[in-house]
Design a protein around this ligand. Sequence first.
Ligand SMILES: *Cc1c(COP(=O)(O)O)cnc(C)c1O
Length: 256
Amino acid sequence: MNSTDNFLLQRSLDDVRRRIAEACARVGREPSEVRLLPVSKTVATARLREAFVAGLTELGENKIQEACSKAEQLADLPLSWSIIGHLQTNKAKYAARIAREFQALDSLRLAAALERRLQIERRCLDVLVQVNTSGEASKFGLAPDSVAAFMQELPAFSALRVRGLMTLAVFEPDTSRVRACFRALRTLRDQLRDTAPPSVALDELSMGMSGDFEIAIEEGATVVRVGQALFGPRPLPDSHYWPGLGNSTTTPRQPG
Ligand SMILES: *Cc1c(COP(=O)(O)O)cnc(C)c1O
């Protein structure tokens, strides 16, 4: 870690914030309505210390083992961890221990496992329900038409504070298909508001990553999960993180 890295991070951060503000301005939203969740997977803890100095206190990780190891190494900092990737039921205990937020809830079995572990830890967890808006078999998440029934079951889990929905759009250059995924999540959220139990809040829409966060903001995102646009390209192709993608490149889609 050196001051050049720090300078670059500050520049990327300023740039991402400017792009968020511009996307908001295009659709008459306030930048304060959009939370920037920095995604730190593969980024070394030394750089995350610098990120903390630059003001980033929330970090998103998609693998629970990596999140646990970083949380332990950075335990001296007041960071809060968001788990944004698929979680196996047998790993629920780790998320219950370290995470403030879990964005990829997609089964009642997992909800039950998290609830049990959270009770033991005497903790609560903010959760978003992951929806597969693209219909791709490689993506996790509930089918849109099964989310309403799923929501009805969630009040049984008192340690889970349901905040909204999360999705990943298709990875492809055709922005109209990307936009359709985001629009589908928002439409679903608006529909669910009529039927969701009172304890289930549906304020948050977590959608948009480095390559598509501006489109997501135009379609109503309240949380954007941004990794590479802040921390630089990852060493491994995205197929490592999302099995089934083939050798898709890590290069973020450019806006516009
Ligand atoms: C890695 C990841 C992101 C961020 O992707 P970038 O291209 O680095 O912005 C967002 N969401 C999830 C679920 C991820 O795993």
